[in-house]
Write a protein that binds this ligand. Structure first.
Ligand code: BES
Ligand code: MN
Ligand code: ZN
Length: 510
């Protein structure tokens, strides 16, 4: 097996005066308006940059660019004017996106390093060093590739040692400040890419045990990790989670991750993730077409692990607990059958009418456990829970179910800031009626209509204290194979890490 994922993009910061690489991206605000460094380059090339911009009809609009090769009077071999858009209106995420787009433009040829000159003429909402750091994050995220299993590619290439852009030097007025600002961005970016790696990894490599090991590696950034094995889960009476796992020869794991960056006795915020490493549907087996996508049925858990990494790596001033339930849903002679009745840790009995509605079974036990043990002041679960949420919202919105308007507003705000879109969906008594069972306290199937809503209602029964603000995010559409954009070209998207990091930063720190 190939060792590890490709090395991350090496990002560094230098001043505007420092020597530039052969390939240079030059940020140009709408107008087009050059900054001072750009003006100087324009002058040195005898106005060639302005003439080229004009000839190409380049006005500095966001996402537009002009490539200039070997301009006379300049040392650059390749200069790309990169549209910065209406700089005075741009929010942080616009700069992140611009950075991703700039990376893509610089990466089209096989240069291993490039410079990006970040200097903006006129007023901006963010300070220039923050813009440089935000753009660097965008480039960092855009550079992500999952190519660890491509063994042929490198041999076949003309220049086997070169693999696109490996190093980006961001030139700005205050590189020290930008570097400092990027530390935090990088922590979050690494969390996003960790989540992508986990989602992209095939299920033969990433079973429940291996997933738990990857989560355990967070000890390196200062997270306390505890791995519960099957004997522990039996002792805790997690009958619902174990009912899902029992069809697979690969044993279940529950991983508890703690980051204690807040005040000593402050109750934690809790994040709960569905970690079904592969979902065949079990005895209620899925059709063959597209089943391979079910290697990503641990997108919720991947998001939680990525988030915990981000919080620890940027030393967030918060107490947070992350919990993931890692299981494989397989049909076998030992698998749970439709009609089986299992007892969850909460004591509630569940009639399993469809073994493919397994995510809610896993979550019911770990939600209960995390509340029982940590009394969190807020709890958010993340799960690739239903196909129905994609029917309702498509691949670009995650479903948000929430029992508390303030929490919902916080999530919506954070979601707008990072452009990881969420849409609020209903929790209602009528959905509870649909999951009442004649034979047990609840059934895991709600019938034909409102599948995402009955799934959420099921989870609501496992909110121990009804006063606890709780949100359920169904990311079945967004965690994998979602809409590709300027900062993500990967199948596993890492969706939600930036969003939740932002929520924590805005609402739960200090
Ligand atoms: N993991 C699936 C949901 C899913 C489907 C996620 C497609 C991502 C892409 C989940 O476990 C599931 O199978 N849900 C069923 C529930 C049904 C049996 C009530 C579904 O949505 O069809
Ligand atoms: Mn399923
Ligand atoms: Zn599933």
């Amino acid at each position: 097996m190939p060792a590890s994922s490709a090395a991350r993009l090496d990002v560094s910061f230098q001043s505007l005066k420092d020597k530039r690489e052969d390939a240079v991206g030059l940020l140009v605000a709408e107008g087009p308006e050059f900054g001072q460094a750009g003006e100087a380059m324009n002058k040195a090339s005898d106005g060639y940059l302005s003439r080229a911009a004009e000839a190409a009809g380049f006005k500095g609009k966001a996402k537009s660019s002009v490539e200039i090769l070997a301009p006379a009077g300049l040392k650059e071999k390749r200069l790309i004017l990169i549209g910065g858009g209406v700089a005075k209106k741009a929010e942080e995420n616009d700069w992140v996106m611009a950075g991703g787009s700039a990376f893509a433009k610089l990466d089209t040829r096989k240069a291993s390093s490039a410079s990006l000159v970040v200097e903006i003429a006129g007023k901006t909402k963010l300070a220039e060093h923050e813009i440089a750091a935000a753009m660097a994050l965008g480039a960092y995220l855009r550079s992500y590739k999952f190519e660890k299993y491509l063994t042929k590619k490198r041999e076949d290439e003309d220049e086997p040692e070169q693999d696109g852009l490996q190093r980006l030097v961001v030139h700005c007025a205050d590189p020290k400040k930008a570097e400092k600002a990027f530390e935090r961005q990088k922590a979050v970016g690494d969390g996003v890419m960790l989540a992508r790696d986990l989602v992209n990894e095939p299920a033969n490599v990433l079973g429940p045990v291996e997933f738990a090991e990857r989560a355990q590696a967070l000890e390196e950034v200062g997270i306390e990790v505890e791995v519960l094995e099957v004997k522990d889960l039996k002792k805790l009476k997690m009958g619902a989670l174990l009912a899902v796992a029992q069809g697979s020869p690969r044993p279940a794991r529950v991983v508890v991750m703690r980051w204690n960056g807040g005040k000593k006795n402050d109750e934690p915020v809790a994040f709960v993730g569905k970690g079904v490493v592969f979902d065949t549907g079990g005895i209620s087996i899925k059709p063959a077409a597209g089943m391979e996508d079910m290697k990503g049925d641990m997108g919720g858990a991947a998001c939680v692990v990525g988030l915990m990494h981000a919080l620890a790596a940027r030393k967030a001033k918060v107490n947070a607990v992350g919990i993931i339930g890692c299981v494989e849903n397989m049909p076998s002679g030992e698998a749970t059958r439709p009609g089986d009745i299992v007892t969850s840790m909460s004591g509630q009995t569940i009639e399993v009418l469809n073994t493919d509605a397994e995510g809610r079974l896993v979550l019911s036990d770990i939600m209960w456990y995390v509340q029982d043990r940590y009394k969190p002041k807020m709890m958010i679960d993340l799960a690739t829970l239903t196909g129905a949420i994609m029917v309702a919202l498509g691949k670009n919105f995650a479903g948000l179910f929430c029992n508390n308007d303030e929490l919902a507003a916080g999530i919506t705000d954070a979601s707008k800031a990072t452009d990881e879109k969420t849409w609020r969906m209903p929790l209602d008594k009528s959905f509870h009626k649909m999951i009442d069972s004649k034979n047990a306290d609840v059934k895991n199937l709600g019938g034909r209509w409102g599948g995402a809503c009955t799934a959420a209602a099921f989870l609501e029964r496992f909110v121990k204290d009804k006063e606890t603000p709780w949100a359920h995010i169904d990311l079945a559409g967004t965690a994998m194979d979602g809409t590709r954009n300027d900062i993500n070209q990967s199948w596993g998207s890492g969706w939600g890490v930036r969003l939740l990091d932002r929520l924590v930063a805005d609402k739960y720190e200090g």
